[in-house]
Every structure is written in C-alpha cells, then in structure tokens.
Design a protein around this ligand. Structure first.
Ligand code: SF4
Length: 319
C-alpha cells in the first residue's frame, strides 16, 4: 500500500486527504493478486522513462499491471507534471499547485516512444484547471511531436474534462488523435463522493462532442466498479455512453491506493465483468474490455486493432 507521504519528493502526497479518517482496507481476492516481475525488459523501459525525465501514469496511479506492461516494453505517459489540481477520492496522483508547463516535454515524449518502438501509445495528463486551456495546446503539441518523430505510432489520448475551458476540446480534436478517451470513472450517484470536481453529464457531452467534431476519431471511456454502485446504474451509464456514440468501453475493479482514499466496497467477481462485456457488446459498443485488472491503457494497442476491425465490419454490413 502506498503511503500518504511521497518518499521520493519528501512531500505530503495527498494534503487534502491527510486528516481524513482511515478507511478499512479489504483483503484482495485471489483473482486480483499480481506478480511484479522485474526483468531486463522492465529495467529497459524504466531506464528510457527516467533518461527522458518523463512521468508515467503506470507509476503515479500505482497500476497493478506495471510488471506485465513494462516487461513488454509498454508504458503510458502522464504529461504536464505529476501534480494535479483536482483531488478525486480514488486517485493516487499528488494534489497541489502544479509547476509551469515544460515546453521540451513533447520532444522527450516522442523520443522515448521511438526508443521504445511503440506501435501505439497512450498519453494522459493531470488536471490543469490552472491553465486557461486546461492544457489542450500542450496535448496538441505532444501529438504533433509524435507524428513528426514516429509517424506510424498510433496515438490515444486520455484527457481531463476541460470544464470551463472554452475551445479546449476543439484544439485537441484538430490535432487528430486516433483515439480520444475520457473516463467517466463511476456512475452519477457516486460523483460527489468519488469525483467531486467533475460533472457526469459534462463528461458525457465532451465525448459526444468529439464525434460531432470529427466522426473518424474513435472514442473511449471507462469506469471502475466496486465503489458501491448498483448494477442497474452501470447499465444506464452504458446507455448514456452509447447515446454519445462512444465506441469502446473499459471496466475494471477499483483498488484503494491508501487508507485515506475511498474504500473498496466490494470486489466484483470475474463472471460479472464478463457479463458486463456481453451486455456492452449487445448495446452496440464496437469493443468492450471488462475484467478485474482492466485499465484504460491495458493492452490498448490490441484494443485499437480490434476497434478498427469492428468498425470495418460495421461499415461493410451497412453497404
Ligand atoms: S495498464 Fe496502463 S497504466 Fe497500467 S502499467 Fe499498463 S500501461 Fe501503465
């Protein structure tokens, strides 16, 4: 379990949570336990990340899949620093006042992608409510730098919600990522306790607007379950995403980063994840990834290939 004190930077990682009472931590079931193999390939991935002074969501979010992904030479980058302006109850990223943008970061991201020979990359960011455009232009510059350095790499961006940032989404869409991902994270009834700085219907509308602006961009969204949501709420959320024409949905088990974070209410068994995947397909998603260890960027490259195949089949069936 991660401590509330960030031992590398010697600062309180979650100052807004430090005085909260401890939540009970449930013992993980067998299907959640993961091995963390430290292989030569894992070290190579780590060396490239550090040499280019990059931040990864793998590490910042304490992702349970890090051993597997880094061993396979995959990492997902988190841009615009490692300090977030929001304080979601589920998230392990540090909250505080972020540093100014690093103008050299897009080039370093592109260089790392080339060194890692990534076919597909996921770029996410902290929330930057302090910036007039929420960081949209920086996202666009990262996309442009990758296109220039490794034109064959497909790009998936996982963005904040750009609330109160007029024109931000248009900047992102104009940069033409292959996949636009924005996670709903949870069902609407849990927003106040889990994602208090966000608004459910704003996030739905953001995803819908991407399709209106450029229907060729795939859209994707994900949630964590085990936060106390009802099954019917998940099914309703799927319908809301389909109304917004979202192509790809991910569902994974919420894991509690520290005692100060939102508790895991229950561990959802694998069968239930399979059932959500089946229902999602029947509701019209081109692709569903649903398992306890599913994360937005887990096997993202495979997901992109499957999306392309599913869209081609869909278009062929309409001819
Ligand atoms: S699932 Fe995503 S965030 Fe987790 S280790 Fe893999 S690439 Fe990183």
């Amino acid at each position: 379990m991660v401590t509330v004190l960030d031992t590398v930077n010697r600062r309180v990682r979650h100052p807004e949570k430090a005085h909260r009472q401890d939540n009970k931590v449930l013992k993980k079931p067998d299907w959640i336990r993961v091995r963390v193999p430290r292989s030569k390939l894992y070290t190579k991935t780590s060396d490239i990340v550090h040499a280019n002074k990059l931040v990864t969501v793998c590490k910042e979010a304490s992702c349970p899949n890090m051993g597997e992904c880094w061993h396979q030479g995959h990492a997902s980058f988190m841009i615009m620093g490692e300090i977030c302006t929001r304080a979601c109850a589920f998230c392990n990223v540090t909250t505080g006042i972020p540093f100014p943008l690093d103008k050299d970061e897009p080039k370093r991201i592109a260089r790392a992608i080339q060194q890692m020979s990534l076919k597909h990359v996921v770029i996410t960011s902290v929330d930057r409510d302090d910036l007039p455009d929420g960081g949209a232009q920086h996202f666009a510059e990262v996309i442009q730098a990758i296109r220039k350095q490794t034109p064959k790499t497909t790009i998936e961006i996982l963005t904040p919600d750009f609330r109160h940032k007029e024109g931000a989404l248009e900047i992102i869409v104009a940069a033409r990522p292959d996949i636009f991902n924005h996670n709903l994270e949870t069902v609407p009834s849990k927003y106040l306790s889990v994602r208090p700085g966000a608004r459910y219907f704003h996030s739905i509308r953001l995803l819908q607007r991407v399709k209106e602006l450029d229907p060729s961009i795939f859209t994707k969204s994900g949630i964590m379950i085990g936060l106390g949501e009802e099954r019917n709420e998940v099914l309703q959320l799927m319908d809301d995403l389909r109304v917004a024409n979202v192509d790809f949905m991910t569902i994974g088990q919420y894991l509690q980063p520290t005692r100060k974070h939102h508790p895991v209410i229950c561990f959802i068994p694998p069968d239930e994840f399979n059932s959500y995947a089946t229902i999602g397909k029947s509701k019209g998603f081109l692709y569903m990834a649903s398992s306890p260890l599913t994360r937005s960027s887990h096997h993202a490259s495979d997901g992109f290939e499957k999306l392309k195949v599913a869209r081609a089949a869909q278009l062929a069936s309409r001819r």
